[in-house]
Design a protein around this ligand. Structure first.
Ligand SMILES: [Zn+2]
Length: 245
């Protein structure tokens, strides 16, 4: 059986002299692990379409034991990500996180378009890195079943208050009257969180926030993610090491 779909290479590992073992995030079949025979060879037609971050049209056959990439036609290789070590590290983290949360062998269009948009914006440098990181983290959490309840205070239902608080563990809001715990949110950060969770897919990256707000937002989305996912992200640790240098 042949599968035809487009997707991004989210992990790539050389195997043997000239083969690659790749993890793909595809539109129609979600996360797939597959061999690409001869793909490391510069002469191979599959060479550019099976390298890390490549967005390509794939033809994949389902073998007895594993999937095999029989064709890979690159549409975009995001070459510029490799020119900057910070961007490269962040892109690898985006791929690791998306690969963890996206379904395997099931349609994953929302995940693919989110990752592609994040990679395009990261390549262009048009949006600050904390912005992209926060959007990707919170939106991925939301579409994979971990959407926080941001409609109003979990106790009394108040939509806005001078100060609202976020309960990371319960994933809910509390107003100043009801809160005896939680992290305080500015109105800008709360509006950004609501936008990321509720906006239609095409508009999820369309908002602005002050630098201070972005810093707070990025800490918050990362904390929320760590609270609910029992996973150590080596790529995130690496990104932070580079940032700290
Ligand atoms: Zn309340």
């Amino acid at each position: 059986m042949l599968l035809k779909t487009d997707g991004v290479v989210i992990r790539e590992k050389g195997t043997g002299e000239s083969d690659r073992f790749v993890t793909l995030l595809t539109r129609d079949y979600g996360v797939l692990h597959a061999f690409a025979r001869g793909a490391k060879s510069l002469k191979s037609e599959k060479q550019s379409g099976t390298q890390l971050f490549a967005y390509a049209d794939f033809t994949i056959s389902r073998g007895k034991d594993a999937f095999v990439v029989t064709e890979a036609r690159a549409r975009e290789v995001f070459y510029k990500l490799r020119e900057d070590v910070e961007r490269l590290a962040l892109a690898q983290y985006f791929c690791e996180l998306t690969g963890l949360l996206a379904p395997e062998e099931m349609p994953a269009e929302a995940y693919l378009s989110l990752l592609l948009n994040a990679l395009y914006l990261l390549t262009s440098g048009k949006r600050p890195q904390p912005f992209l990181k926060a959007v990707l983290e919170l939106r991925l959490m939301s579409i994979s079943g971990y959407m926080p309840d941001l409609v109003g205070c979990a106790q009394c239902g108040a939509y806005t208050d001078e100060r609202m608080f976020f309960d990371r563990r319960e994933g809910c809001l509390l107003c100043a009257d009801c809160a005896d715990h939680g992290e305080p949110l500015t109105s800008g950060v709360l509006a950004a969180m609501r936008h990321i969770c509720f906006a239609e897919p095409k508009k999820v990256f369309s908002f602005t926030l002050s630098d201070a707000g972005l810093h707070k937002l990025a800490n918050l989305t990362e904390g929320y993610m760590h609270t609910h996912l029992n996973h150590t992200f080596k790529t995130l640790q690496f990104y932070k090491q580079i940032k700290a240098q």
